[in-house]
Design a binder for this molecule. Structure first.
Ligand SMILES: [Fe+2]
Length: 194
């Protein structure tokens, strides 16, 4: 079982360096998505580790956007994060802002799902329900193809992420949508507690 800090400490670290609710919400979302993937892919024993990586993956982004994934190790050491955890966090910027390559399956999932949660979240906000619960894969695929929609979410990164996992794009979209449905209530509850 991989070592990781207590959730309370991890959340406190995220909040220490992130004032924007959007960034906290993104951290909580990727936390929930990574926890779901750990169970789905047979890594249930390390679900806390996967979730913590998700929660903290962007810890340095709000305050040090120019040093994203480079400042993170120093911040993560504050709460005693392991080398494995630091590597995983940094690897999600591979080829974008750092040269730490995703090696573990968990790291490849983080790279692929991180960008995609932004697209799914934007699509959910457009719906009358403001939720992804009633979103179907076909509707997400349309949003993916519409380059003008949520243009800041890089389709290339998402495609590259699927390729590195050896998955069809549809598989990545479908699984990540399911993951977001599964954790939506917990994310909303977490935001309400702030
Ligand atoms: Fe992110």
């Amino acid at each position: 079982m991989k070592d990781c800090p207590e959730r309370e400490k991890a959340l406190a670290l995220l909040r220490k360096y992130n004032g924007e609710p959007f960034h906290i919400q993104h951290g909580l979302t990727v936390e929930g998505v990574m926890r779901w993937y750990a169970g789905e892919l047979g890594y249930g024993e390390d679900a806390d580790f996967w979730a913590t990586v998700g929660l903290l993956h962007d810890v340095d982004f709000e305050k040090w956007p120019e040093a994203h994934c480079k400042k993170a190790p120093e911040l993560l050491r504050e709460i005693g994060c392991s080398d494995d955890l630091v590597h995983a966090v940094c690897s999600h910027g591979y080829g974008i802002c750092c040269d730490v390559e995703p090696v573990e399956e968990m790291e490849k999932v983080l790279f692929a799902a991180d960008e995609l949660t932004g697209l799914i979240g934007a699509a959910a906000r457009m719906r009358p329900s403001k939720s992804c619960q009633d979103m179907e894969l076909s509707s997400l695929k349309k949003k993916f193809k519409d380059k003008k929609f949520a243009a800041g979410c890089s389709r290339d990164i998402i495609r590259t992420g699927a390729e590195r996992l050896g998955w069809e794009l549809d598989e990545l979209l479908n699984k990540t949508l399911e993951a977001m449905k599964a954790c939506e209530d917990a994310v909303n509850a977490g935001m309400a507690e702030l």
